[in-house]
Ligand binder design. Structure first.
Ligand code: SF4
Ligand code: FES
Length: 334
């Protein structure tokens, strides 16, 4: 086992663990933000630089600091390493600069973006962003295109994190999209207007940290903070059938995979579950889902204290004000 100290918290981890993974084992404020790393996708990380940290002691044998900030998602722990995240002003300044950089071409269309309320970039810039930009050049602009029957690509919003590329590459047999061109003209696209069309392609919507890939069956139908996230399952032959059903009243507005507190899918789900099963009778509704990640959705009026096997009547689902406050506090602390 290797010992690493991050923001004054010491932990023992196995060889091969990265600084980011070690920080997630500690939890809380120690965890750097990650816009491109995705623990379920091999090779992800190293693209966005939001997870930069300062290594103030390289190892027990070599107490010298590393000369530059390092990407915590790509840097393995060495025994005796000392790392600073929130405790380093240099890291906080660098993170501000990264946010400014990511926003150079990103449109400020949050009010009309389907990802609003669950956008990692929105949260990142809220925590680390500046109030104004120094960028005077015009932003890149692309046409909104369909890349498949149920998926829309807003390239203007893409931050080139490569998560969608890894997802399709690793979940399906035939990848037809990727990053075209290089440098500031890079863009996500399909090869000669192909469409992404396979049983698991919808997962690229869930892994996208911004609103670049959206679900055409849900676009503009509702705002996520008006919906209640319910755990639901069905017998599916293609995937586990365990999903989150986003409901308003008795209506299901959209189906997504279940996400953990880092906004990552617990399991990938198939397109049949995601796009074709929108009737409550298609699902066994287990009960309200605890949204553990920092999000406006956590403000909603539901709780994880009960997990009934059927939908409870509305009055039973309403929780006491005290329970609500306590849950909300716990969710934020997590
Ligand atoms: S479309 Fe989304 S997931 Fe794909 S590279 Fe762009 S930001 Fe990342
Ligand atoms: S999360 Fe580490 S570089 Fe993007």
């Amino acid at each position: 086992m290797l010992t690493v100290t991050i923001d004054n918290h010491t932990i023992e981890v196995e060889e091969g663990t990265t600084i980011l993974q070690a920080a997630r084992l500690i939890g809380g404020d120690v965890v750097p933000p990650a816009m491109c790393y995705y623990s379920k996708l091999k090779g992800s990380g190293g693209k966005c630089r939001t997870c930069l940290v300062k290594v103030s002691q390289s190892s027990a044998k070599d107490p010298r600091p590393m000369p530059k900030l390092v990407a915590s998602c790509r840097t393995p722990v060495v025994d005796g390493m000392v790392v600073q995240n929130k405790t380093s002003q240099e890291v906080l300044d660098a993170r501000k600069a990264i946010v400014e950089f990511l926003l150079i071409n990103h449109p400020l269309d949050c009010p009309v973006c389907d990802q609003a309320g669950e956008c990692d970039l929105q949260n990142l810039s809220f925590d680390n962003g500046k109030e104004e930009t120094r960028y005077e050049e015009s932003k890149r602009e692309f046409e909104v295109i369909d890349i498949g029957e149920q998926i829309k690509l807003h390239m203007n919003r893409c931050i080139l994190c490569y998560r969608c590329i890894y997802t399709v590459d690793q979940l399906t047999e035939k990848r037809v999209h990727g990053v075209l061109y290089r440098g500031d003209v890079s863009e996500i696209s399909t090869y000669i207007k192909n469409e992404i069309n396979n049983d698991f392609s919808g997962n690229i919507i869930d892994v996208c940290p911004v609103g670049a890939l959206t679900d055409k069956t849900f676009r503009f139908k509702n705002r996520v903070w008006f919906l209640k996230a319910m755990d639901a399952h069905r017998a599916c032959t293609k995937c586990s059938g365990k999903v989150t059903a986003w409901m308003r009243g008795e209506e299901i507005y959209r189906i997504t995979g279940r996400k953990d507190k880092y906004g990552e899918l617990e399991e990938f789900i198939c397109n049949e579950c995601r796009f074709e099963k929108k009737e409550p009778k298609d699902w066994t509704i287990e009960g309200p889902r605890a949204i553990q990640r920092y999000s406006v959705i956590s403000q909603n009026h539901y709780t994880n204290t009960k997990t009934p096997s059927v939908i409870l009547p509305l009055e039973e689902r309403m929780i006491k004000q005290e329970d609500y406050k306590r849950n909300r506090k716990n969710n934020f602390n997590n």
